[in-house]
Design a protein around this ligand. Structure first.
Ligand SMILES: CC(C)(COP(=O)(O)OP(=O)(O)OC[C@H]1O[C@@H](n2cnc3c(N)ncnc32)[C@H](O)[C@@H]1OP(=O)(O)O)[C@@H](O)C(=O)NCCC(=O)NCCS
Length: 178
């Protein structure tokens, strides 16, 4: 678990990013976070959109400024990705939260999600986000355990417009939990 970092994607991550997308596509799941592949497998556009979101420039009206970070080791192998929304709109407050993440399918159940959320909370602290909202589908036991292990306190469960129950957790980010 040592030697893991959250980094902003740049050109040198192209091949790993493509390999990650290929692996993820075999699961049949939609990409999580969405921001890891906003443009259908186009890496150049991904870098461009990521920079726009980070700067809060030219983003759609229903989106907010956000950072997209890759979880990599010292050899730049890509283990996961996390999206950090720097503020909440109505949708994020109800369903999406500040932080969304996913772990490479072949690397799951090894503790990477917990580490990634912990590193993401440090970035939230840099952005003065004192209370971090993290949500997950109620059926997503792995994500719920990850959130609780990082100090998440369940506020409530709401029903997403698609009909699925979603749990809303708040993390007091003024104190470091890990
Ligand atoms: C959810 C997800 C991020 C978990 O990542 P991970 O690296 O496998 O999780 P970890 O190894 O850190 O495990 C976290 C906890 O969940 C448990 N867990 C992991 N996979 C699990 C599974 N399939 N079923 C039940 N529990 C599971 C682990 O045992 C661990 O619990 P513990 O700390 O109490 O022992 C990963 O499965 C994923 O990317 N899923 C698809 C995208 C997604 O759902 N993202 C979250 C959106 S809110």
């Amino acid at each position: 678990m040592n030697g893991l970092h959250l980094v902003v994607p740049i050109e040198k991550h192209r091949e790993e990013w493509l390999a990650y997308l290929r692996e993820w596509s075999l699961t049949g799941e939609g990409m999580t976070p969405w921001a890891l592949d906003p443009c259908g497998g186009d890496f150049d556009r991904f870098l461009q959109v990521t920079a726009q979101f980070a700067a809060g420039v030219d983003i759609p009206p229903d989106k907010v400024p956000a950072g997209l970070f890759l979880l990599v080791d010292d050899e730049e192998r890509l283990f996961g990705a996390v999206s950090i929304r720097y503020r909440l709109n109505d949708y994020l407050l109800q369903y999406g939260g500040h932080v969304g993440y996913g772990v490479r399918p072949s690397e799951r159940r090894k503790g990477y999600a917990g580490k990634m959320l912990s590193l993401a909370l440090a970035i939230c602290r840099e952005h003065k986000i004192d209370r971090v909202l993290v949500t997950c589908d109620t059926v997503n036991t792995a994500s719920a355990r990850t959130i609780r292990a990082n100090g998440g306190i369940l506020e409530n469960e709401v029903i997403h417009p698609d009909g699925s129950p979603v749990q809303r957790y708040w993390i007091d980010n003024r104190k470091k939990t890990t």
